[in-house]
Design a binder for this molecule. Structure first.
Ligand code: SF4
Length: 361
């Protein structure tokens, strides 16, 4: 019998993917780590696992249905454990009065996070500055979402997602806009409309604001936590993989993170750091130490090569590399007393796409 902890299992699944027999539920594309499905472990941990990328067919892990939403997870021929998948949300069967299916407005992420890209357009899409790992424009092109989610529709979906599916928190993201004031307005209108109808903690993801006073407006609209995603601390890597972010410069991120921590509190501000873009382990660990020292949570994820993106033929980092990075950064987080457990909403609370929280335990 293969002895493996949930931490190690989560890391292996994220790097190697899982083969499925027909059940490919999960979103194919969109912002963030798509092309996977969420699995729930009996200890309460959850993992978003690649199921659609090219390397998955070589994975030693496979899923075998034993009941509705329940599977045996095998490593080669050996049974490792049983896992569940979140049931298809009941709110997905509803439509707005104007006929838009709720699932085109927002999706369930993990077991209890309602997630949406409020503005599905990004000014960098189809330009040389686009983030090479991002799939924000693909779901729009394929008709699986709508370009702009109206605040009143988001509120309607959130209300039903709470009532029917016990959703607990919300992630609002957006493509880049030319004008940060407009971006903040879009996010705060969405947040305040949701807060009016549902008692949900709200996370927003946005670019590092130049006018940091705008963070106060988000807070007043009911936003609880903020993600400002640098993706990599290696500037040369960033110039190739996310040129639009490299152009903003590291100092702008630092200023935005520090201002956001003053307003939202330590541990309520986070950034995605993608491992596997060509950076060194050192850059991730030193970058995470800097983040933790100013109260920002380093949300480390292995690269998810999404079909249809320029990185679709890349491979995620090896599990051994991720184990070592997670272990070292978990020690740093303990030293700086930053923990995912205090986060009220968003990816840090969900933790399906990162094993960082599991290593803190
Ligand atoms: S960690 Fe974030 S992107 Fe991943 S499933 Fe959860 S809410 Fe979605």
């Amino acid at each position: 019998m293969r002895a493996i902890s949930i931490c190690e299992l989560k890391v292996e699944l994220q790097s190697l993917g899982v083969r499925t027999e027909g059940d490919k539920r999960g979103r194919k594309s969109g912002a963030g780590p798509a092309a996977g499905m969420v699995l729930l472990f009996d200890n309460g941990s959850q993992v978003n696992v690649p199921t659609m990328s090219w390397f998955v067919e070589d994975s030693p892990y496979s899923l075998h249905p034993i009941a509705e939403d329940r599977f045996i997870l095998k490593y080669k021929e050996e049974e490792i454990t049983t896992v569940a998948a979140p049931p298809i949300p009941r709110f997905y069967s509803l439509k707005t009065a104007s006929g838009i299916p709720y699932w085109k407005i927002a999706l369930l992420h993990g077991k209890d996070c309602l997630s949406t890209t409020v503005l599905q357009h990004c000014i960098h899409w189809n330009t040389k500055d686009v983030c090479k790992f991002c799939a924000i424009g693909l779901s729009l092109r394929e008709g699986r979402t709508i370009a702009r989610k109206r605040p009143e529709d988001l509120a309607e979906v959130a209300k039903h997602a709470v009532e029917l599916d016990d959703v607990k928190h919300v992630t609002l993201t957006t493509g880049s806009t030319r004008d940060e004031t407009r971006c903040v307005k879009i996010l705060k209108d969405a947040a305040s409309a949701i807060k009016e109808v549902a008692d949900l903690a709200i996370h927003v993801q946005l670019e590092p604001l130049e006018n940091t006073q705008l963070f106060h407006e988000l807070k007043s609209a009911g936003v609880d936590t903020v993600g400002i995603h640098i993706e990599s601390f290696d500037h040369d890597v960033l110039k190739v993989m996310a040129p639009c972010k490299a152009k903003l410069g590291f100092d702008r991120y630092i200023k935005a993170w520090e201002s956001a921590v003053e307003i939202f509190g330590a541990g309520e501000v986070s950034t995605f750091i993608i491992a596997g873009l060509g950076e060194s382990d050192r850059s991730i660990i030193e970058g995470s130490a800097k983040l933790a020292s100013i109260g920002v949570y380093p949300f480390i994820v292995p690269l998810r090569p999404i079909p249809g993106t320029p990185l679709e033929r890349f491979a995620p980092p090896e599990p051994a590399r991720m184990l070592s990075i997670y272990s070292e950064v978990a020690r740093l987080l303990r030293d700086y007393r930053i923990s995912w457990k205090t986060s009220r909403a968003g990816c840090v609370r969900c933790m399906a796409c990162s094993a960082m929280g599991d290593f803190e335990l």
